[in-house]
Write a protein that binds this ligand. Structure first.
Ligand SMILES: [Zn+2]
Length: 382
């Protein structure tokens, strides 16, 4: 019987035939050149980190090191802003010194670009490359930061594979991508997420891996609990304008989340008429990296955005409004992620998260319940 060597599929419904040769229809889109073994290893590494890890981060980082040394996989369950990325710096450094091949996979391209930049800064002596759709000429580096879609190029390749945001679309519940992940890892992996389900945790525990939970933000402050503002129709627009003005008067940058691309553009047209200094971003806006850069520099004071900025982007003193929060696109876990954008910096650890909506949905209630529960479980809140 035919079994796909790329994704492991053997379901006859997804097997096609060409010239009487079977091929897999499930992963046919994943074709392109594969990466050759990297022979440019330096067997050295310098970790340049200009700030200290918290005691929780240091402890977690040490546990990851010892688990990987003992050949065990690791699952990190950490709240947004717990500083997950820093937790793997030490284990990456050790792998580089041993000449091991390191991969860092993330479902979203925007986050790949962010992490690539960060890793280049902290490991200045090593070759760190980014691989994603439209940027895949060079496939070999000492650390390959890539979208999960690009994993198919790396068969049995990584001695240490880190996967962030495993719960994010499009990785979550996608058997082809999950199979590609396992196929490209020949050593051990570290999976990270902020919104794991009980089932995912139990499944991993039964496979003998190491589970590390980090319920506290690295700066010790609690997660901001969203305020729910219920207003009908156009009243939401006027509330938003008043709120934006008061945030901007205090020099606070703002993300306004809108549920769809069309609504994002419409809302941006409306709001920018009343409040200057804003623009919009969504996945179809091609210069969005530029826009985000300009926003960081302060050229824009607020951004109307879709879920494209739900993860990965850290902005000091950011405030967040979720417009039409009752829209079906918002699940509890995406609302938790969005709320987690706020208060990520040590010198600005708090801020406002506003769910602006016609009505209260189950997802909103669950998100708030989850955030409150996490805050309660945190020891020594400042
Ligand atoms: Zn396949």
């Amino acid at each position: 019987m035919f079994k796909c060597s790329r994704c492991g599929n053997k379901d006859p419904r997804y097997i096609g035939y060409k010239n009487e040769q079977p091929y897999c229809r499930r992963c046919i889109i994943f074709s392109g050149s594969g990466a050759k073994e990297n022979d440019g290893k330096t067997y050295q590494s310098k970790l340049e980190l200009h700030y200290e890890l918290s005691s929780e981060q240091t402890e977690a980082s040490n546990r990851i090191l010892s688990a990987i040394r003992n050949g065990r996989d690791v699952l990190i369950n950490a709240v947004c802003g717990a500083g997950k990325t820093e937790l793997v710096f030490a284990v990456i450094k050790e792998a580089l010194i041993k000449g091991r091949q390191v991969g860092f996979a993330i479902p979203r391209r925007d986050v790949v670009i962010e992490i690539h930049k960060r890793l280049k800064n902290v490991f200045p002596r090593n070759k760190i490359i980014a691989v994603y759709g439209g940027n895949n000429e060079e496939l070999q580096g000492e650390v390959v930061v890539l979208t999960s879609h690009q994993l198919y190029r790396y068969e049995s390749y990584f001695d240490l594979l880190i996967m962030d945001e495993t719960d994010a679309f499009p990785f979550h519940g996608n058997p082809v991508l999950e199979a590609m992940f396992k196929r490209s890892c020949r050593g051990n992996y570290v999976m990270m997420s902020a919104t794991l389900t009980e089932t995912q945790i139990k499944k991993f525990a039964s496979s003998g891996g190491e589970i590390i939970s980090l319920d506290r933000r690295y700066h010790g402050y609690p997660l901001p609990v969203p305020d729910v503002i219920l207003l009908l129709g156009i009243l939401k627009h006027f509330f938003l304008i008043r709120k934006l003005r008061s945030f901007l008067a205090e020099n606070k940058p703002v993300f306004v989340f809108a549920p769809t691309i069309d609504k994002c553009e419409d809302l941006s047209v409306f709001v920018t008429k009343w409040v200057r200094g804003g623009t919009y971003v969504h996945s179809k806006r091609l210069d969005r990296q530029e826009v985000i850069k300009d926003f960081r520099k302060g050229k824009y004071k607020y951004l109307v955005t879709t879920a494209v900025l739900e993860r990965g982007v850290t902005v000091k003193n950011l405030q967040v409004v979720v417009f039409e929060c009752d829209h079906e696109i918002y699940s509890a876990s995406s609302l938790i992620q969005i709320a987690g954008r706020v208060g990520r910096k040590k010198d600005a650890p708090q801020g406002e998260v506003i769910f602006l909506s016609d009505r209260k949905t189950r997802a909103m209630e669950e998100a708030i319940y989850h955030i409150r529960a996490k805050n309660k479980s945190m020891p020594n809140v400042l």
